[in-house]
Design a protein around this ligand. Structure first.
Ligand code: ZN
Length: 96
């Protein structure tokens, strides 16, 4: 029986990793309000492996923290992180 072994363990209302990354993308695009911003931040706080695994690390975390407190992210940083995330999202969607 070829049933997939993956169980979708994420309870409703929780942000899962790929969703968080997608929203980070929107966030970098300037499309997220403070509420979603806080959601992402919360996810990254409780999900260190997410950042670690996808190699986004502290830079992104710091960037979000800054932007959530209404400071503007430097363009160059934003651009480089966005290209990293698009690779990452691609990997997530293609790999599972
Ligand atoms: Zn995660």
């Amino acid at each position: 029986m070829g049933m997939a072994e993956r169980d979708d363990a994420a309870p409703a209302g929780r942000t899962d990793c790929s969703e968080a990354l997608l929203r980070v993308y929107e966030f970098l695009d300037g499309e997220l309000g403070p509420t979603d911003c806080a959601k992402i931040q919360a996810h990254l706080d409780e999900c260190g492996p997410c950042l670690h695994e996808y190699n986004l690390d502290t830079t992104l975390k710091a960037l979000i923290k800054r932007s959530c407190s209404a400071e503007h992210a430097p363009d160059q940083l934003r651009t480089s992180i966005m290209s990293r995330i698009s690779l990452t999202v691609f990997r997530i969607e293609g790999g599972s």
